[in-house]
Design a protein around this ligand. Sequence first.
Ligand code: F3S
Length: 79
Amino acid sequence: MSADRMQKIMENVPGKYYVDESCIGCSICVEIAPDNLRSNLHEGYEYVFKQPATELEEKRCIEAMEICPVNAIGDDGIG
Ligand code: F3S
């Protein structure tokens, strides 16, 4: 199953990458892409606070998306 852009977490900034509500807050993605993903420790989920601006950031976002255990990261975000 892949991420659902209709279920985006509100804090995601607009753009291609996003985290959806199936995130279980494991934080692996934040370790992989710390320049783009951030934890909301209070709510127990992660979100995209900055869309990737460099090749390296993009590469890390793709890696985070692939490694997320519940496929909560999507790359088809619109707006
Ligand atoms: Fe959530 Fe997946 Fe990251 S479960 S914390 S979006 S690796």
